[in-house]
Structure formats: structure tokens, C-alpha cells
Design a protein around this ligand. Structure first.
Ligand code: GCB
Length: 594
């Protein structure tokens, strides 16, 4: 799905503002038709933002169910004869949208965009009432999964299987935009290298009732055309291209024009980074050179805004990533805002792009969070409906992010159960779906410690082994010698079992900022730094390790737990982005990579 764009033909109107907002505590809004008029007892709510932390109200913070957003939107006078589209960049976790009295679209999945053509309802020069009802319930079918429990007092409580707060709302921008009726629907670009030549494969989808032709032209950063074609699908060859490389991004622009009966009717411009990605033995190659991932698993998580996108915070996070010497991050545990990927493209950061499939592992969470174990993969729990949803989520992620040079690897899930035949049956078709949707990038998933190298029945489907490990924290806390031995032994087993590159996508320890101890006691800043050092010694001894991504970039909000002190404190930065001792430690290692 193309992002909205302004140019001499297309026009956008961002609907970010203070909207009217009402939680639907008794779940009556849909029956009562709240979209038909002003919301009852509406309060102000910024878009984009999570709604949870904005008012000072536990009923909103912990709300489970529907939350209603509404605003008036003026359709610009100049949009006569245009196709008018309404787009939500993200509504978490599902949403139904009304234009005046008409239901125009429903969408499942909290982190990918959806849009709808509302031309017949959007008369230029008039106002419309836009209402969106967002629902935050996690179920066995949703990603991530969860269970809503009824409490004795009649209230409902959300149970979940993942370690981050269930923020919800309109997390990203909402747009109204106009295109001509005949328009460019999609552009897909993949790139490769052939000796000294850059290959840019493109496919343009367009609708037009007349005789249509598509022209594409690739411009360098100075605007000079370096290759062109007059077909909707084909290959451009660039001799001696400037490559998009980690830390040295270079972007071309693909100018796509749609002509109908020899008239230019639509135009779209896409940034293109020419680069190749390949796995060879135990190496991860970008532009045919071994790449070593240094970085973090992150979260979209800030005070007040929750998971709401914020440009200033995003640009600052990239500055911190650069300061600390990171070259990559994983979008743990859901697709991030498209602005984040745009900036990663521009700044040369490498991204592991993950779906929202986190917590598909009831062996762990069921026992801990729900007072009893449940079978992970079954028709009563995570079954065929979840799998169908998961497949759609993979396809939606790839559809959205396919053109970003920064994305080098798809992560289909974080820490699912992966040691049972049911897990294999669940994942096999999902790997096939990901490969069918994008044959150009490696695919993997993030393994959890319960599925050790010889027990894991899913890793052989992946191109890369990604593992999260907590030796010295959840396993043998406080004993870094045992951690060092355990980690090294396991990594060598992975090399034997799979012979693939290994990225350690999570390792780390909670540290309470300001807690200092002489002898590196757990929860101190010293222990967090010492644990990272221990892991790094091991990584440097195991050749197949091609990446280290610390958990986490910054402290983040979670649900209540006896293991969490006002959230997860494994950040090397605090939630307000101050460095802990570990950040300085990492900076020394990553600025002088061996
Ligand atoms: C994990 C999860 C991550 C948690 C982390 C922790 O393995 O992937 O979501 O936050 O451990 O800190 O426990």
C-alpha cells in the first residue's frame, strides 16, 4: 500500500489534531449508534497517541473494550472530480470507521495501515463527521493473543502473554488524500547487484479505463536520470551505482508516471536504495560483504503518548542509536511507524522487521500469568483462525514495507512455542507465505530458550537463527561465569544443528537507574554492564554469531508484575532516554568494532 504523497497531482490532508474521545465502559456504543451524533461526554484526545496515559483516569488507563474517536473533517473545495481516500496509519488493535452515518471500513491488526475510497461520501467543500471506534481486546485470534476475563464485580480484565503494556488508540496519523480516478495503485521495487551493475526490478499497478502506459525514471540524488523505461514492469540497470550500505545510505528516486491516452494523469515518487541481501553459510551479506548487526530490540514507548508516534522522539532515538554506535534494530514486537523505516532508509540503519505475533507460547505465559498451563496450538487457543490472521499480518507487513532498503530480514514471530509438531504445522505455511510475498529477503523468527537447538522444530524453516537468551538473568541470576559457559555451549550447538548465521536478538539485564554496587549485584547498573561484557566475550569467540541486539534500547512500560519495577528496566537508556552505565559501555565496544 502506497503512502499518501503530495505532488502536483496528488494532495494530502493530515487529520492529526485533538479529537473527541469517549471510552465505552458498558459496551453500548455500537448498539446505541454513537457514530450518528456527537459522542456522549466526550473528552479531548490527541491523535496520534495511545489513549491510556493521557487523561489521569484509571478507567481509561485500564479500559478493555471499545474507545470512540470523532472529529469534523472539511473536504477541500479543490478536490472536485478527485478520488478521495481515508487512511489510518494504525489503529490498535482493530477499528471500524464511519463517515457520517455510513460504516466505511473495518480493520483487524493494530500496526499496519488501512484505507478506503470515500469519494461518494466526501463532497468537496463540505464537512463530514468522522467516527472511529477502536477496540483493544486481545483474544485467541488476535496478534498478539490474549484473553479477556470477567471479574466478579462485572468489570473485564485483559490477560496477555507478552511483556509490554497493552497501549491502544489511534497511534499514528490519519489522512484524507486525493488522487485522480485513474491512479497508481502500487509500486514494488527490489534491487540486486550483478558485478558492477545495480539492478532495479519494478512492478507498477495502476487503474485506468483508457489506454494506459507507465513511465518510470530513476533519478540520482542530484535529480539526474540514470535509467528509464516505458513499461509497468521490468528491470532498470544502473552502471556503477552508489549503493545503499549500512551507515552510508544513498537513495535514488523512482519517478513513476501514469499516462492515459497520452496524457499524464498520475505521478508517484519512491525512494530506492540499491543493495543486495543474502545469506551464505554462516554469513549475512549486505552488498556481498559480511554484515554484523549491532543494536537493540526497541519498543514504541514513551511517557504520556504510550505507543503514539512522535517525530521529535523518533529523530532523537536515531541520534542516540548513532551515539552509542548501533547500526541496526529490530521492530520488536510489532511493525513500527512507517516514518521510522523512512528515517532508517535515509540514515543507513538496518532493520529486522517483525510482525505483532508475540506471546504464542502458553507453556511459559500460561503458567505464569493465567494460573494454569494451556496448550499453545489448538483450536481452543491459537488455532487455524489465528494462523489465518497471522498470514494476513505477514502479508500486510511485507506489502507495507517491501520497498524499504533498510529492511533486510522478516521476523515472523517473537518467542513462539517451537519445539512441538503443532508448532511446526502452524509455522510451515507461514514461512511459505512470507517467501511467496517476498522472495528477495531472508525470513526468520525469534527462538525462545525453551526450544534448544536439538529440540526446535521450526528453525530449519528459517534462513537465520535468531535467539533471545537470558543466561545470568532468568537463568542462574547473578552468576556470570555460569552464564558465559551456558551461552557458549548453546551457541556452538546451534552452529552444529543449523549451520546458519546467528543473531542474538535479545540479551540483557534489568538495571534500576542510579543503583550502584561495588560487586555488580543484580539490578545494579554495574551488573547490567558486566552481563553485556560477558556475552560479548562469547560472541567474539563464536564465528557464526553475526549480530548482537541488546534488550532493550530503553526502559518501557509493562503490565503489573512482581518482576517489574514500574515497567521493564532492561533499557540501556531510561524511558526518558538518559544513559545508564551500560550505554557508555556499549559505546566503547561499538565505536571500536573488532
Ligand atoms: C523476552 C521477550 C521480551 C521481554 C524480555 C524480558 O524474551 O522477548 O518481550 O521484555 O524477554 O525482559 O523479559
Amino acid at each position: 500500500m502506497l503512502r499518501p504523497q503530495d505532488n502536483e497531482i496528488r494532495d494530502t490532508k493530515r487529520l492529526d489534531a485533538i479529537w473527541d474521545f469517549a471510552i465505552d465502559a458498558n459496551g453500548v456504543g455500537r448498539d446505541q449508534g454513537w457514530w450518528r451524533g456527537p459522542l456522549p461526554a466526550a473528552t479531548p484526545m490527541p491523535v496520534p497517541s495511545s489513549f491510556n496515559d493521557v487523561p489521569v483516569d484509571p478507567a481509561v488507563h485500564d479500559h478493555v473494550g471499545d474507545a470512540w474517536y470523532q472529529r469534523r473533517v472539511f473536504v477541500p473545495k479543490g478536490w472536485h472530480g478527485q478520488r478521495v481516500v481515508l487512511r489510518f496509519d494504525a489503529a490498535t488493535h482493530r477499528c471500524a470507521v464511519y463517515v457520517d452515518d455510513t460504516l466505511v471500513v473495518e480493520h483487524e491488526g493494530g500496526y499496519t495501515p488501512f484505507e478506503v475510497d470515500i469519494t461518494p461520501l466526501a463532497m468537496p467543500g463540505t464537512a463530514l463527521r468522522l467516527t472511529a471506534v477502536v477496540n483493544n481486546e486481545l483474544t485467541w485470534q488476535s496478534l498478539p493473543p490474549g484473553v479477556v476475563e470477567a471479574m466478579p464485580d462485572g468489570t473485564r480484565r485483559q490477560r496477555q502473554y507478552h511483556d509490554f503494556f497493552n497501549y491502544a488508540g489511534l497511534h499514528r496519523s490519519v489522512w484524507l488524500y486525493a488522487t485522480p480516478a485513474s491512479h497508481i495503485v502500487d509500486v514494488r521495487v527490489t534491487t540486486d547487484l550483478d558485478g558492477g551493475t545495480g539492478i532495479v526490478r519494478f512492478a507498477v499497478a495502476a487503474t485506468s479505463p483508457g489506454v494506459k502506459t507507465v513511465h518510470v525514471s530513476l533519478r540520482d540524488a542530484d535529480g539526474k536520470a540514470v535509467a528509464q523505461a516505458a513499461t509497468a514492469e521490468g528491470e532498470l540497470h544502473v552502471r556503477k551505482p552508489r549503493l545503499w550500505s549500512p551507515g552510508a545510505a544513498y537513495l535514488y528516486e523512482l519517478l513513476v508516471e501514469l499516462h492515459e491516452d497520452d496524457q499524464l494523469v498520475d505521478h508517484y515518487t519512491l525512494s530506492v536504495g540499491i543493495r543486495s541481501v543474502r545469506v551464505e553459510g554462516t554469513r549475512f551479506l549486505i552488498n556481498d560483504e559480511p554484515f554484523y548487526f549491532r543494536g537493540f530490540g526497541k519498543h514504541e514507548d514513551l511517557n504520556v503518548r504510550g505507543r503514539g508516534h512522535d517525530d521529535a522522539a523518533m529523530v532523537h532515538d536515531f541520534a542516540l542509536l548513532r551515539w552509542v554506535g548501533a547500526n541496526s534494530f529490530r521492530t520488536s514486537h510489532y511493525p513500527y511507524a512507517e516514518e521510522v523505516l523512512d528515517l532508517a532508509d535515509r540514515l543507513g540503519f538496518v532493520v529486522i522487521d517483525e510482525t505483532a505475533a508475540v506471546g504464542l507460547n502458553l507453556g511459559m505465559g500460561g503458567g505464569l500469568f493465567l494460573g494454569g498451563r494451556k496448550t499453545t496450538f489448538s483450536e481452543e487457543t491459537i488455532g487455524s483462525a489465528t494462523q489465518a490472521n497471522h498470514r494476513r499480518a505477514i502479508e500486510a507487513l511485507i506489502d507495507r514495507d517491501k520497498n524499504h532498503p533498510c529492511v533486510v530480514l522478516w521476523s515472523l514471530a517473537n518467542e513462539p512455542e517451537s519445539h512441538t509438531p503443532e508448532a511446526r504445522a502452524y509455522f510451515e505455511p507461514l514461512f511459505a507465505a512470507a517467501r511467496a510475498a517476498d522472495p528477495s529477503r531472508p525470513v526468520g523468527f525469534v527462538n525462545m530458550m525453551f526450544a534448544q537447538p536439538k529440540a526446535c522444530l521450526v528453525s530449519d524453516l528459517a534462513d537465520v537463527v535468531m535467539i533471545n537468551r537470558y543466561y545470568g538473568w532468568y537463568v542462574e541470576p547473578g552468576d556470570l561465569d555460569a552464564a558465559e559457559r551456558g551461552l557458549e555451549a548453546e551457541l556452538l550447538e546451534w552452529v552444529d544443528a543449523q549451520g546458519k548465521p546467528i543473531i542474538v536478538t535479545e540479551y540483557g539485564a534489568d538495571a534500576m537507574p542510579g543503583l550502584h554496587t561495588l560487586d555488580a549485584v543484580v539490578w545494579s547498573e554495574e551488573y547490567q554492564a558486566a552481563l553485556l561484557d560477558t556475552y560479548h566475550r562469547v560472541f567474539d569467540r563464536v564465528d557464526a554469531v553475526v549480530g548482537e541486539q541488546v534488550w532493550n534500547f530503553a526502559d518501557f512500560a509493562t503490565g503489573p508484575s512482581f518482576m517489574r519495577v514500574d515497567g521493564n528496566k532492561k533499557g540501556v537508556f531510561t524511558r526518558d532516554r538518559r544513559p545508564k552505565a551500560a550505554a557508555h559501555h556499549l559505546r566503547r565496544r561499538w565505536h571500536e568494532p573488532s
